[in-house]
Each structure stands twice: as structure tokens, then as C-alpha cells.
Design a protein around this ligand. Sequence first.
Ligand code: SF4
Length: 115
Amino acid sequence: MKDNKTNRRVFLANLAASAALPAFWSGNAFAQATQPAKFEETDPMAIALGYKEDTTKVDKVKYPNHKPEQKCNNCALYQGKAGDPSGPCAAVGGKLVTESGWCSVWAQKPEPAKG
Ligand code: SF4
């Protein structure tokens, strides 16, 4: 049978452990677990799509219709917020592409409705 001192020590140890949990979950470990993976140029799908993190580095011979003003941030499939350096792309399973990137799936984002 435990005495009152032991019970108080166990209670305080449990309290300290539970107080640390919110800091753990809101910290970097949790943020990294929920952050989509970066879409790397070396990914086989990226190679197949001609993806480059910098639209000015696109192979002009292989993609003669590419224009330097075509970027992920003005592509209909880009899901990042304006001003973010990168955002998820629907064409590559939600992985992060750079806002200044490009791939051969690029499609002009529709103009916002005026009114
Ligand atoms: Fe960028 Fe659009 Fe290609 Fe996605 S589909 S990588 S947003 S150009």
C-alpha cells in the first residue's frame, strides 16, 4: 500500500508529463508529421513531367511551348496561398512544389470573376 507522499509524487509526475504533451504536439515534431513532402526534381514523376523548381531552368528543346511567365503559382492545379514560397500541387499527389516552378501539366489558372 502506498503512503500519501508516494501518491503525491506519482500525481505530480503524471501532471508534469501531461503538461508537456501540448508543447510536444504543437512543436516541430508534429508540424513535420503533417507537412506534405517536397516534390523533388529527382522524383521519377518529376523527371517524367519535366518539373523544375525554377521555371527559367525548363528544358526549352524538350518543351518548346513553355513560356517563362508560366509558373506553379499561376497554374490551376497549384493549391498554395499567394505569397507562400511553395504549396501543394494536385497533379503530384499534394506534394509541395515551388511557387516559381513549372511542369508540362501546367494549365492557366482562371481569372477571378469580376463583379
Ligand atoms: Fe506546378 Fe501546375 Fe505542374 Fe503542379 S501541375 S507542378 S502547380 S505547373
